[in-house]
Design a protein around this ligand. Sequence first.
Ligand SMILES: Cc1cc2nc3c(=O)[nH]c(=O)nc-3n(C[C@H](O)[C@H](O)[C@H](O)COP(=O)(O)OP(=O)(O)OC[C@H]3O[C@@H](n4cnc5c(N)ncnc54)[C@H](O)[C@@H]3O)c2cc1C
Length: 465
Amino acid sequence: MSPIVRQSGKTFGFHVPVVIIGAGAAGLVAALAAQEAGAEVLVLERDPVPRGSTALSAGLIPAAGTRWQTEAGIADSAAQFAADIMAKAHGEPDATLVARIAAEAGPAVEWLADTHGLPFSVISDFSYPGHSARRMHGLPSRSGEELVDALRGAAEARGIEILCDARVTQLHADENDRLLGVTLERPDGSTEEVALCQLVLACNGYGGNADLVRAHIPTLADALYFGHTGNQGDALLWGEALGAATRHLSGHQGHGSVAYPAGILITWATITEGGVQVNAEGRRFSNEMHGYSEQAAEVLRQPNRMAWTIFDTRIAGIARQFEDFRQAEAIGAIVTADTPQALAARTGLPADALISTLSDVERLKLDGATDTFGRAFRADQQLSAPFHAVRVTGALFHTQGGLVVDEHARVLRPDGTSLPNLYASGGAACGVSGSQASGYLSGNGLLTAVVLGRLAGSAAGAAVA
Ligand SMILES: Cc1cc2nc3c(=O)[nH]c(=O)nc-3n(C[C@H](O)[C@H](O)[C@H](O)COP(=O)(O)OP(=O)(O)OC[C@H]3O[C@@H](n4cnc5c(N)ncnc54)[C@H](O)[C@@H]3O)c2cc1C
């Protein structure tokens, strides 16, 4: 089936000014913004209930200069945030877009709190690698499920229609690439068509499409995909067929700490607060502080493609603010022991190697020294009994490359002109992480979902209002 139907003058039975494909964070935020701009909106979602990768995430959105930071005494600015994004992404992203996104993140999170009642707070008790200030904002449970449910509730409260069980299969366009409508398929195989004036692609990237992952991210071709399987790369395929520019298709977020076999995300606070990862030989193998994204491939290079994340009770106390961590504890994925010797017995790791690794690490901490991998240790992060360990593997979380957009989230052609009425946000758009896993700064995913979603919705709504 051709992704695009070219048919000028086609008549459709049903018309909605702004159509949004996908009801994750990007789509729901776009819907709220488009309606605020005065437009009638329809959100089309392939699943029976909006979930997406958003529901699988920790729901944390980085934003600078917010009132929650001010209340917590955290000094930060949009310029500092933009600099952190650029530094982590090796200077690859478009600097103008990064500056715009960093500047709009704080206002977007405050808008979601003040206008739509989402009770955000800032995480102030630990830092994420690459962020020079504590700027992760989340809802009370620190879960993306709470975030997507709250966004859906806000949309429903404003009468925005979200049509579920509606998988968009084709776009209709005229000869000038102006989108005219979409075809959607219902679970019983029947199809419907909707005409539109403005179209927002918010259907994420191609992490769920094994062929596209193999083509663009061969290092993770056989890795566990931990994102939403419905994200099949439709936005990318439609955009390419329309002649849109694409960029950084190898860019992605991995994660080096997914509990195995439980399949539960273990927060990276276990590492940033002083924990380490060892392989099946009881030895460390990397500088874990580079970030959890690039650590996915490091873990997958170890024997059996596994590692153990080792931390202590103080760190577990911090990690417990995450619903995921509490679940991992509840099902017994977190092993506890009073000594390194006992921890080795409980994990099956070689005792001599593990004891030696952990004593080396504690010595480095006491000395405030840097190890041979380049990790700088801190004296105030000593581990003390009881100790904890969790067996983890590396996974692909979501893709970061995609359709090139401008600072209004309009989809661009290779020559820099925009397509007439097409927007992309969240994982559908090229993000701000560059072309490598190591370019992913924590929170870049929801950052571009929420900020580009709001920009896309505002622009699409204003265009028809
Ligand atoms: C385990 C995990 C933890 C994460 N933690 C964080 C975090 O704490 N902070 C952060 O910033 N990022 C995090 N991320 C990344 C973040 O989840 C994503 O970047 C973000 O959710 C993307 O939002 P989205 O709206 O673009 O996509 P999604 O939330 O995936 O929504 C896309 C929607 O489009 C629908 N769809 C797809 N194709 C079609 C179609 N053809 N027709 C109709 N509907 C369609 C899908 O069903 C889906 O509901 C995490 C990701 C994972 C997997």
